[in-house]
Design a binder for this molecule. Sequence first.
Ligand SMILES: NC(=O)c1ccc[n+]([C@@H]2O[C@H](COP(=O)([O-])OP(=O)(O)OC[C@H]3O[C@@H](n4cnc5c(N)ncnc54)[C@H](O)[C@@H]3O)[C@@H](O)[C@H]2O)c1
Length: 442
Amino acid sequence: MKLAVIGTGYVGLVAGACLAETGHDVYCVDNDQSKIEMLNQGIIPIYEPGLKEIVDKSVNARRLSFTTDFAKAVQFADVIFIAVGTPSDEDGSADLQHVLAVAQQIGKFMNGYKVIVDKSTVPVGTADLVRKEISKFTSYPFDVVSNPEFLKEGAAVEDFLRPDRVVIGADSEQAKEIMQDLYAPFVRQGHPVITMDVKSAEITKYAANAFLATKISFINEMANFCEKVGGDITKVRLGIGSDKRIGTAFLFPGVGYGGSCFPKDVRALIKTASDIDVPLQVVSAAQKVNLEQRYRFLQKIYSLYSEELSGKQFGLWGLSFKPRTDDMREAPSLTIMEELVKRGAKILAYDPAAMNEAKRRLSKVSWGNSVTLVQDQYDVLNQSDALIIVTEWNDFRDPDFEKIKSRLKSPQTIIDGRNLWDLSKVGKYGFRYLSIGRKNLL
Ligand SMILES: NC(=O)c1ccc[n+]([C@@H]2O[C@H](COP(=O)([O-])OP(=O)(O)OC[C@H]3O[C@@H](n4cnc5c(N)ncnc54)[C@H](O)[C@@H]3O)[C@@H](O)[C@H]2O)c1
């Protein structure tokens, strides 16, 4: 099939490359000229394992190309994916300006029947808005389909090529069949393509993210409880997670969720529901617990130093909002660094993939000068009062504890927001060790 994917970010670029991988001819379109230039030079603008390989393969086979030319891509394609960003608006709702701008462009350049696919995460009812917008500019027939994306950054290529399920919301048989054909190569192992009406598909994406966010907040709340009563959340987690009805996924306590999806999607869902007088109490509580979790972590640090951080220096491991990505959108590291700096601390920070992104972000904030990015993970420890773990990269799981100990100031202290290590292991080296939902080693 001939396809266009509008928006070449974490979702659009992965979708375009994976669709080209199965033999389709794909135009990836973006209005960011510099991004398209990079892609045309063979440079992948984001860190995503395995992406470069499949992009290169399809570009070389001439199945995948990158352009800023909307007209060319729209006229070429039978199926057009909208994969642009839907950030939070000031009131928490999803900002649809990019989606509707793309709909307008599609309408202007239509030259025959096409399937328009909303892949961006958009509130229920958006397909109707997209349909209306396109109709303003064309009388050619078209269908609008909702096909929410469930890939995870860090495993995006794998998730797209082998999805647990594909959700297709379509109100027309023709569009449904086209979409089922398109996805057939990705579900050969028997994973379901679940078809439904458009609105249910739009809701499915938000319901999935709200549920996962709730799981995280639930385990964080249990961790806080464990801390007070002297339990160990890592044991409780295994104890409940081994029940098949519960499962172990998304039950890792920490500093709370961040990233490009959960915070904004939870906000948008709460807003949509409250606008129509259906308050979502469980989801609202999950959001509240999450916001508080970062500050609970910070409070541990403040208390350890009797609320006085001026003159302190902290080494920080992990800047991206989760491992295996360079994405720092709503990353807990940003709040944690900002609050520590506000209290007079200095920070040395390291991340295996997000150093460029961190540099870009820190140059834009008033407190950025108090953070120094260092290229070696152990160099953050030099003359630091403590090591703070924010992101659970595998690179940090088996460190040289002797080296950590020799570089940190005494008393050597680790404040672990991700429970990376067993208490007994860290205890052996004599560190002061604070983590989440477990007893403190002091
Ligand atoms: N990132 C994820 O893990 C993930 C997972 C599932 C769903 N989603 C959803 O997918 C959508 C895209 O997310 P993302 O993380 O890929 O965003 P992103 O910011 O990485 O990429 C969006 C791209 O769209 C481009 N763009 C914006 N307006 C445009 C326009 N008018 N014309 C052409 N290009 C335009 C931007 O330049 C950018 O390259 C969002 O709705 C998001 O919620 C994201």
